[in-house]
Design a protein around this ligand. Structure first.
Ligand code: PLP
Length: 431
């Protein structure tokens, strides 16, 4: 067993994280003891959680999951969390709605079944509650007392709320120019919130420095030194979607890309379900979605490159504005291996797609949801997504957090005096 060199300054003795047995390097396969590590000591590749997953009867495991709580802890046997996790103070995210979007399907010409996985229903109204819930268990296991992160907005709120509930201190870092809704949601839970004069990539670099400094001692950065655990939370989206489809893989899924972590872990989740015999092994295609103003992975996909060239983000889809995405190359691999694609839409198409989803299904997504719906529409029109197959589109956050995106074009139809004459004059009476 290798020596733990990339430290987080916390103890790792007798860690109980359920079925998780080690960290393994995604590049060279070297294994390390569970601990607050994120890069391989030999090759600097990213580390991920390795498991001793429950073997045996898939039917028994399926029943055990179905009998579990209506949140991500129903999948505790497949996650790096202690067996008694459901009884601890946490926000219990997950098991959000999988909405059969028949109106949107009609509008887009999809005949094979179109679903929106609506993660705006999580405790802090974005998918980030899933990843943070897992990171909190790792932080507890490693004895961290302060929870931290570099964030494009949603993560800061999720960390603030989870820390409040878990009784941990929090200090989170965001670019200084985020949407008001995200700033307020990050601050309201009472932790420390620091705006950094720079973009997300500057914030992330700052946090990496802080981890190596005595100033950051005892701090668990959910997406840096706890990143291998954090990432596993996204697998629950894969599990839920399959369970909600009746223990079946979707044929096609459209996932937004910021760092790319979510997309890679949804693929990992599908692979685990296949290996455990919980779903039938059938082909599925994974599509990644970006905003044109921050589309480094989409650009690499289209150019046929294996590496991702960093960009300087400029888009209203700020939750996805990571110009140098850590998991970019892995996303490219997965899109190519599964016969998917990575595509982008411009800000105007993002706004149109937010309104399309709202108008057809009554779901108000944030800009990231506009990105996935917009890319879905574009790829259907281009003949890349097959309308005859079952397709799942993720809405990863709540439109109330990004009101600015639609506020200029979503206003009162009319403002009138409180009289029937005035209403008649406005021309809105039923025909
Ligand atoms: C963070 C985030 C994502 C995806 O993030 P990854 O870094 O790619 O895992 C998607 N949607 C929203 C709303 C987010 O906040």
């Amino acid at each position: 067993m290798a020596v733990q060199t990339v430290a987080g300054n916390a103890t790792t003795a007798s860690v109980d994280l359920g079925p998780a047995v080690a960290l393994s390097c995604r590049e060279c396969g070297e294994r390390f003891d569970l601990g607050p590590l994120f890069a391989c000591a030999s090759c600097f590749g990213p580390l991920e959680v390795a498991y001793d997953l429950p073997a045996g009867d898939p039917e028994a495991l399926r029943k055990r999951i179905e009998a579990g709580p209506d949140n991500i802890w129903r999948y505790a046997p497949l996650l790096p969390v202690p067996a008694d996790v459901a009884g601890k103070p946490n926000l219990n995210p997950g098991f959000t709605k999988l909405v059969k979007a028949d109106n949107l399907a009609r509008e887009l010409g999809v005949t094979g079944g179109l679903y929106v996985k609506d993660d705006s229903g999580n405790p802090t109204h974005s998918f980030k509650d899933r990843v943070v819930a897992i990171a909190v268990e790792a932080a507890r296991a490693f004895g961290f007392t302060t929870l931290s992160c570099s964030s494009t907005g949603n993560l800061a709120g999720a960390v603030g709320a989870a820390a409040a509930r878990a009784g941990l201190r929090s200090c989170v870092f965001i670019p200084h120019d985020l949407e008001q809704g995200k700033v307020v949601m990050a601050a309201v839970y009472g932790g420390e919130l620091v705006g950094i004069e720079g973009n997300y990539d500057d914030v992330n670099r700052f946090c990496s420095e802080l981890i190596g400094d005595p100033l950051g001692e005892g701090w668990g950065f959910v997406n840096v030194n706890l990143r291998p655990y954090y990432g596993e939370g996204s697998k629950t989206l894969a599990y839920e979607i399959c369970e909600q489809l009746g223990w079946r893989l979707p044929d096609q899924i459209v996932i937004p890309i910021a760092s790319g972590s979510q997309l890679t872990k949804i693929d990992k989740g599908f692979q685990e379900l296949i290996r455990l015999g919980l779903v039938e092994d059938r082909p599925y295609r994974i599509f990644g979605a970006q905003a044109e103003g921050c589309s480094p992975v989409s650009a690499a996909f289209k150019a046929g490159h294996d590496v991702v060239r960093p960009q300087k983000p400029n888009t209203i889809a700020k939750s996805l504005a990571i110009g140098n995405p850590a998991d970019g190359p892995y996303v490219l691999d997965i899109a190519r291996r599964t016969g998917g694609a990575v595509e982008d839409v411009d800000d105007e198409q993002v706004v149109d797609a937010i309104k399309l989803l709202a108008r057809t299904e009554g779901i108000f997504g944030e800009t990231a949801g506009g990105v996935t719906v917009g890319v879905t529409k574009k790829l259907i029109e281009a003949g890349v997504i097959d309308p005859a197959l079952t397709t799942v589109v993720l809405n990863t956050g709540d439109g109330l957090k990004t009101l600015d995106a639609v506020s200029s074009t979503s206003q009162a139809t009319a403002t009138i005096k409180p009289s029937l004459d005035a209403f008649r004059a406005a021309g809105l009476a039923s025909a």
